[in-house]
Design a protein around this ligand. Structure first.
Ligand code: FES
Ligand code: FES
Length: 161
């Protein structure tokens, strides 16, 4: 089948099998390897992308669902000032970025901060349910999200509260 979609802001058209997964298309057809192959069943978050405005595991998205969609990968997001907020917040809180889990942690943080600059622990726990990282404890990651939100608020409004 032929599918058309927007990938990191650019119009794309490719021919693929209908049951091919987005993770494979990104890695094999576009050499976008920030989304990793992990569990392949939606549990680990290392394959995360922003799909039509929502954080989604790309291992669960078959090609036929990509038609007319908009996809942002970590490679695309890393070109934004919002990415810089998150990296600065993570650095301040000592959040590890090993390269394997980055897509899940960073893109999930972005979608959370788009809703609130200072998400509650409950918001954080719900958003990160599908994101696994064995190296950073949940409290440090939460503090990193809060620090990123504070930096963003200050960048946009010139103050943090
Ligand atoms: S590889 Fe997609 S959620 Fe684990
Ligand atoms: S920093 Fe990547 S798995 Fe923990």
């Amino acid at each position: 089948m032929t599918i058309r979609f927007i990938l990191n802001g650019e119009d794309m058209e490719i021919s693929t099998e209908a049951n091919q997964r987005l993770i494979s298309i990104l890695r094999e057809r576009f050499n976008l390897t920030a989304s990793k192959n992990g569990c392949f069943n939606g549990n680990c978050g290392v394959c995360t992308v922003i799909f039509n405005g929502a954080v989604s595991p790309s291992c669960l998205i078959p090609a036929f669902r990509i038609q007319e969609s908009e996809i942002i990968t970590l490679e695309g997001f890393s070109q934004t000032v919002e990415y810089q907020d998150i990296m600065a917040g993570f650095a301040r809180a000592g959040v590890e970025n090993c390269g394997y889990c980055d897509a899940g942690k960073i893109l999930t943080t972005e979608l959370l901060l788009e809703q609130k600059f200072q998400p509650s622990r409950e918001d954080f726990a719900a958003a990160f349910r599908g994101v696994q990282c064995r190296c950073t404890d949940a409290e440090a990651l939460y503090q990193g999200v809060l620090a990123a939100g504070e930096l963003r608020q200050r960048r946009i409004y010139g103050r943090s509260s």
